[in-house]
Ligand binder design. Structure first.
Ligand code: 5GP
Ligand code: ZN
Length: 112
């Protein structure tokens, strides 16, 4: 998608601090971090949200890459959270599906 912010990050048109790249996914640090570790994991291919998702492997790979990053950054044992906001009421602001990986502080439940 030409004007999608995260597609532009995938294409390298907008700078981002990358933490992982695979054939299917890109992971980069959130520009407005909500925890000491706050990474966004996205598919390279544009999908607006979970509502439009149809490829189980594509969506599953987001979680597995998040787990790998959490492990690599030392949070696998202490714990981390993965979140996919879907739609305006859940706070989705960028309509290219993305998984938030949060760690490094106590994460309360329920979330706000
Ligand atoms: P959402 O609210 O859609 O679940 O999450 C969108 C996330 O993207 C937010 O946490 C926001 O801080 C992050 N974000 C928005 N624009 C940019 C950007 O240009 N670069 C990076 N790295 N993160 C962004
Ligand atoms: Zn996109």
């Amino acid at each position: 998608m030409d004007d999608c912010l995260f597609c532009r990050i995938v294409r390298g048109e907008i700078p981002a601090t990358l933490v992982a790249e695979t054939d299917d996914c890109v992971a980069f640090r959130d520009v407005n971090p909500q925890a000491p570790l706050h990474v966004l994991v996205i598919p390279r291919a544009h999908v607006a949200s979970l509502n439009e998702a149809a490829d189980a492997a594509q969506i599953g790979k987001l979680s597995l890459l998040a787990a790998e990053i959490a492990r690599r950054e030392g949070h696998a044992e202490s714990g981390y959270r993965t979140v996919v906001n879907t739609g305006a009421a859940a706070g989705q602001t960028v309509f290219h599906v993305h998984l938030h990986l949060l760690a490094g502080r106590e994460l309360r439940w329920p979330p706000g």
